[in-house]
Design a protein around this ligand. Sequence first.
Ligand SMILES: *[C@@H]1O[C@H](CO)[C@@H](O)[C@H](O)[C@H]1NC(C)=O
Ligand SMILES: *[C@@H]1O[C@H](CO)[C@@H](O)[C@H](O)[C@H]1NC(C)=O
Length: 454
Amino acid sequence: MLDFAIFAVTFLLILASRQASGIPGLAPTDEKDGNLPDITASGSLHEFLVNLHEKYGPLVSFWFGRRLVVSLGSIDLLKQHANPNRLLDPFETMLKSFLRYQSSLNGDTGESHLRRKLYENGVTKSLQSNFALIQKLSEELLAKWLSLPEAQHVPLCQHMLGFAMKSVTQTAMGSSFEDDREVIRFRRNHDAIWFEIGKGFLDGSLDKNMTRKKLYEDALMEMESTLRKVTKERRGRSFNRHVLIDSLLQGSLSDQQILEDTMIFSLAGCVITANLCTWAVYFLTTSEEVQQNLYKEVDRVLGKGPITPEKIEQLRYCRQVLCETVRTAKLTPIAAQLQELEGRVDQHTIPKETLVLYALGVMLQDSSSWPSPYKFDPERFNEESAMKNLSMLGFSGSQECPELRFAYMVATVLLSVLVRKLYLHPVKGQVMETKYELVTSPKEEAWITVSKRS
Ligand SMILES: *[C@@H]1O[C@H](CO)[C@@H](O)[C@H](O)[C@H]1NC(C)=O
Ligand SMILES: *[C@@H]1O[C@H](CO)[C@@H](O)[C@H](O)[C@H]1NC(C)=O
């Protein structure tokens, strides 16, 4: 059964089976499932694409069920394919298709452009309005770590998820999430939904197990009803802290659209922020030199004063650390675009309505774009051209998605608060394995230790 193939949900508009148009790649191993068994055997779509590109080069094809998919694995090919005027955010498009929300693909472009602007501005404005809150949450985490006995192992993923979740829920929905019980409930549903989005859709196991499917749908429903309730409470009233829902309520959106946008931000904002913070702190533990450089910059720019939105602009090295974190961790390894009109990449034609994957994880470890690609080296982003390459991939500059922009800001505040007072250390002998889903995370808990800076 193939009705699970995620992309199918919104992309399976046209089911005509196509010829592989001469693009190198795999023939289907299964008549119905195409290459899905191969993807499952590789462990993840990202790992499958790494192998495929290694074997067949930067342009490859394979089959999602009966649908031909083309994957691009180099920055040069991406440059040829990407349309700088496109409105779609590939990450959001994928997430929406998982949640079975109407993709803006079907909307009139003028309207979806406005909706997108409203969302982006809403994220920016609510972040400004909640800057002090993010600072407070960072200070709380610092206080917690300072109170630990030295050498105590800190469960990094768990703490970062908690921190991200408080930041995101309060920025998106306001003070009802100051109540820890609300956050815990949110977290339960969030975890249940992400578990299936990361795994069950991609390997088809969700549709084969009714118990899991029910758990997933119940979690989604409970989350939606929370979001509806908050929206209703805030409609027509004013509060001293502006949150994302307030911005959305000011536009001419339907209730369903408000629900979808808040859901996307709550889900994607949490995972992206949590994992950016986790990986950044983890990579810092692996390099005393980078940590010291970061400390020096924070000390020079902030002195004894607090961090402010204006000061963030001056924390250039910190931004390099975060960019290098995104690159080394391959934070979001896959993006997808639907080929609207027939197009060309290299000498190959890509037929209309082909699903085109951007194998970002492959491009981020390509040694022809990034010398010593497995090395965590923020210095590489000293060069303007490296920044340009990263922004081509949507991880920086004007193409960066609002959730990532939010995450960069939150992570900057957190790092500046932490490195001023603490040394971050690795736990010896820990082997860090990686789980590549829609967002990349450590496979198991990542442990660190901290000590006070004297
Ligand atoms: C279905 O999922 C439930 C809950 O995760 C699990 O306990 C059960 O073993 C699964 N059933 C099958 C047949 O895999
Ligand atoms: C940017 O990418 C291009 C094309 O892959 C590559 O030639 C160039 O070396 C990259 N620049 C840097 C600084 O990584």
